[in-house]
Design a protein around this ligand. Structure first.
Ligand code: AMP
Length: 367
């Protein structure tokens, strides 16, 4: 066993390295601090909100090999808070310190085409899709799809960015130009009844737990609200959990994994279709901060530090809403509500549509 792996479980006082310094990194750092663990944040953006709650910081680019190596040597384990970390950076770090989730999970989730093929190979459903590398491919795919669709870049898309909706009346040459002529996929538009997600945590290979399934509403491709309970039948929730567990097992996963689903088909015979997975803590799991004894951030830290997982049981009903742009100006009113927990990310500026915080409305389960 390598010296670093023999150190597990990491003792209080050990240091977790986090690649990325956004709000997810910030909330991971806050959870680590509760367990007596230190955090070292690596992020190119000096204004990143995780820096102010971390005990060590590296402000450097993801292609700065020396800075990456120094960072990896200074920590006991490394994780990441967004999936678009360049693979080379992750690989370099993983040669020095254990990286959880592993490089394979990162690699698959970075490319929509590879991700969909991987999910299909596990026998799970995704929307009909076609690979699009040229305008000609797009023309062919649109004809085969024969219904409204979404053109999504294979890489670097998030929160509805890097995607356009189109149908057979659109000019393929123009649409492909609109997406920047990047390698893409065409995906059939699903007429879903609702969207749900599974937030799962896996520690040791046979130790896996799932939080209750939230129902997620999006506005302009960005998550607007997550509610638990979801309102979908228990059996369907169980199916979603089983699918997420299958993905985690196939990835030899460690940490929190989020899997997003569409609930589609006839109400009497609903069908689950996987949209995508994220190898990290997830916006649709923020409600766990206020409605569970051990939230997704703490469980991620526990899993990657080799600690026993915490309970994922829910003690309250919850409705989490993101605070985007100017919505955050309402902080004073929200803070005066007895049923609401306010979380602000300490970001500077109030750019329209930016995630600046979230609020969770809590109510007793018996309501
Ligand atoms: P994504 O960036 O792929 O997670 O997409 C963001 C949101 O766009 C999803 O949560 C859905 O609300 C919507 N969306 C994405 N793909 C589809 C699809 N194939 N059919 C219908 N809606 C979709």
């Amino acid at each position: 066993m390598s010296p670093s792996l023999s150190a597990f479980p990491l003792k209080p006082g050990s240091t977790i390295g986090i690649l990325g310094g956004g709000q997810l990194g910030r909330m991971l750092a806050q959870a680590a601090a509760r367990l007596g663990l230190h955090v070292h944040i690596y992020c190119p953006n000096p204004q990143a909100p995780a820096f102010e709650v971390a005990s060590a910081s590296t402000i450097a680019a993801f292609d700065d090999q020396q800075a990456l190596q120094d960072f990896a040597r200074s920590v006991d384990v490394v994780t990441f808070e967004f999936e678009n970390i360049p693979l080379q950076a992750a690989g370099l770090v993983a040669n020095i310190a254990p990286l959880y989730p592993n490089r394979q999970a990162l690699e698959i989730s970075q490319d929509r085409s590879v991700e969909k093929a991987f999910i299909e190979e596990l026998g799970l459903n995704v929307a009909d899709w076609w690979q699009v590398d040229t305008a000609k491919d797009l023309a062919k795919a649109l004809a085969q799809c024969a219904s409204p669709a979404l053109l999504k870049t294979r890489r670097l898309g998030y929160d509805g960015k890097g995607q356009i909706s189109l149908d057979q009346s659109h000019d393929p040459v123009q649409s492909f130009a609109q997406i920047g002529q990047q390698p893409s996929i065409l995906e059939k538009m699903i007429r879903f009844e609702r969207e749900i997600s599974v937030i799962l945590v896996q520690g040791a290979p046979d130790e896996v737990r799932c939080y209750d399934v939230p129902c997620n509403q999006h506005k302009n491709g960005i998550l607007h609200m997550s509610s638990v309970p979801s309102g979908v039948a228990d059996a369907l929730e169980q199916q979603a959990r089983d699918a997420a567990i299958k993905i985690a097992a196939a990835l030899d996963y460690r940490g929190v994994l989020a899997v997003e689903f569409f609930v589609a088909g006839a109400p009497a015979n609903p069908k689950l279709i996987i949209n995508e997975f994220a190898p990290r803590v997830h916006n649709s799991g923020h409600w766990t901060l206020d409605a569970c004894l051990c939230d997704q951030f703490e469980n991620h830290i526990r899993a990657i530090a080799g600690w026993p997982l915490g309970p994922t049981t829910r003690h309250s009903n919850a409705q989490m809403s993101n605070l985007l742009g100017e919505q955050v100006l309402d902080w004073h009113t929200l803070a005066s509500r007895p049923d609401v927990a306010v979380h602000l990310y300490g970001k500077t500026g109030s750019q329209a549509g930016r995630k600046l915080g979230h609020m969770t409305k809590i109510s007793p389960i018996s309501d």
